[in-house]
Design a protein around this ligand. Structure first.
Ligand code: A3P
Length: 320
């Protein structure tokens, strides 16, 4: 029986103590809404579900980790703010993309939700939360919020994740062996849910609500960034004018946000950022290519992931 004067904090604590738990490496994980969460992250999820107040002009950048979030943050920020910041002297030249677009879960998990509340409209926010765990107020047909989701070949996601864990997270030693991480990935035992659930949740939402959810593929963006930039601007309701196109604004945004350009900026070669986890700014720019998995797994390992993923995606019209 809940005490009458129970606040959000106590309520969440009580809920968390009732959830299935497991210890993995040095971290305790709790299962909530079909996803295993590190405890601190779950506090953020519960706070978002209780208190996040969407605005009709909100834009949420969603992704599974290591799928191109940094790039999407830079692109959407540059597209939406192009009338305010001339591209020649743009904040992205001085700030890491993660300092330009707030991580929703990180903010709520670290008690910084007031930062999100104080952002002027239109707000751009990012999250790896599965679609099924977003607050109903965001998903609601009347919320008006737009979601841009980027996904990527799961084999390259896995390789990128492995570099991330093995170089940056010594405390997660149990994930630093490629083979162990590979097995976890194949079991769907990864943070932010199984890769296929995360991707399918947003894919289905994009089919049901095409004006609300834009579903983009990292490899397609690499192949033709300019037409994806145009598509993102159209989707967000800030299309490029003929005059802008003639003046080369689209190409200038593509160049500003390109891997080579961002990776070599002083701001991205030094320093660190992040809310729940502080990471070197340089760590977000590794190779930025498609197909790096070929240097890390055998054909058999690749075929096994493809087979597992294809089975999970079956019947969905989504193909890897
Ligand atoms: P690799 O590790 O394969 O190089 P996230 O931003 O979701 O953490 O994803 C990181 C991946 O995106 C890394 O992949 C990183 O190199 C790549 N990346 C970062 N910025 C990029 C950019 N501007 N263009 C293309 N890829 C980029």
């Amino acid at each position: 029986e809940a005490p009458e004067d129970e606040g959000d904090h106590d309520r969440d604590r009580r809920l968390m103590s009732s959830l299935p738990a497991k210890v993995y490496g040095k971290r305790r994980y709790l299962e909530y809404q079909a996803t295993w969460w590190p405890e601190a992250a779950l506090q953020g999820v519960l706070a978002i579900q209780r208190r996040f107040r969407p605005r009709p002009s909100d834009v949420l950048l969603a992704s599974y980790p290591k799928s191109g979030t940094t790039w999407m943050k830079a692109l959407v920020f540059a597209i939406m703010s192009r009338k305010v910041y001339p591209l020649r002297d743009h904040p992205l030249l001085r700030l890491n993309p993660h300092d330009c677009v707030v991580q929703l879960l990180g903010a709520y998990a670290t008690g910084k939700e007031a930062v999100v509340e104080a952002l002027p409209s239109p707000r751009i926010m990012a999250s790896h939360m599965p679609f099924s765990t977003l607050p109903a107020s965001v998903v609601d047909a009347n919320s008006g919020c737009k979601i841009v989701y980027v996904w990527r070949d799961p084999k390259d996601v896995l390789v990128s994740l492995w570099h991330y864990y093995s170089k940056l997270r010594p405390e997660e030693a149990h994930l630093s062996e490629f083979h162990d991480l590979y097995e976890s990935f194949c079991r769907g035992d990864t943070v932010f849910g199984p890769w296929w659930d995360n991707v399918l949740g947003y894919f289905r939402a994009s089919v049901e609500m095409p004006t609300r959810v834009l579903f983009l593929r990292y490899e397609d963006m690499l192949e033709d960034t300019a037409s994806n930039v145009v598509a993102i601007a159209d989707f967000l309701g800030c299309p490029f004018s003929a005059e802008e196109e003639r003046a080369g604004v689209v190409d200038a945004i593509v160049k500003l946000c390109s891997f080579e350009e961002l990776k070599n900026l002083d701001t991205n070669m030094s320093g660190s950022n992040g809310l729940l986890l502080k990471l070197p700014s340089s760590s977000y720019f590794r190779k930025g290519v498609a197909g790096d998995w070929m240097d890390h797994m055998t054909r058999e390992m690749a075929d096994r992931i493809d087979t597992i993923v294809q089975a999970k995606l079956q019947g969905s019209d989504l193909e890897i």
